[in-house]
Write a protein that binds this ligand. Sequence first.
Ligand code: BEZ
Ligand code: FE
Length: 279
Amino acid sequence: MSAYFEERKSVEVVNGRIGADVPERLADVMRSLVEHLHAFVKDVELTEEEWAVAIGFLTATGQICSEERQEYILLSDVLGVSMLVDAIQNRKPAGATPSTVFGPFHVEGAPERAMGSDISLDGKGERCLFEGRVLDLEGNPIEGALVDVWSDNAEGFYDVQQPDIQPKWNNRGVFRTGTDGRYWFYGIKPVSYPIPDDGPVGKMLRQIGRHPYRPAHTHFRVMANGYKPLITHTFVAGDAYISNDTVFGVKSELIVDFVQETAGERRGEWTAQYDFVLA
Ligand code: BEZ
Ligand code: FE
């Protein structure tokens, strides 16, 4: 076969240059990438002007990235790629709690708090009791599981987005289950919020007629020795964005009915009950 470039043979010509000693997985991934990229360009018959717009977009996406901001992860999230990788890599047996997107706002090293503590340190929002158990697939309680939780505040921002406004570790904490596998802590009923949309990804969403909102959710990472770590959220049933999360993170098993207390000491407060089942 001629090694010169031709439209008809574009994939073979480019992939034919991959070296003989390249690790098999890398060669497979690159071959598939070239195949699908060329198919895309051929499918839409991309113009030079459109290609220049795409290069400009990718350049701007890189330029806005910093230690605090990862615009490429946002891009992957809004294109459904993060959820697709998660779905492929975290196939779960029936009965196990499904995972969802990690998101950019987890911080390693949150303080371990006593069971029953309040993680809302800024005094804003509607108080909510989060409670439930960490269980194995047979329904047995898991002792010593770490429940790492993080949430936006009542105004829709994570502490790391407002380091000069919110107390450090606001709406974050780690809880360790006892022999009964139970966890319980106070926080706030979360609110829906837009993902950061002042960069190229936000502009792209507006251009294609999409909103940047996520339905109200609380993030959890549940870990226990001998079990697969679980990265997930619980979502507030009835949220206006529950069926059109901009990052496609909602799964029906993760939607929780938040119940408002109508009497007693906790009148007006909310309760969110949820059991996590680890594989
Ligand atoms: C989040 O839920 O924290 C999140 C997930 C994906 C993109 C932006 C934010
Ligand atoms: Fe979030």
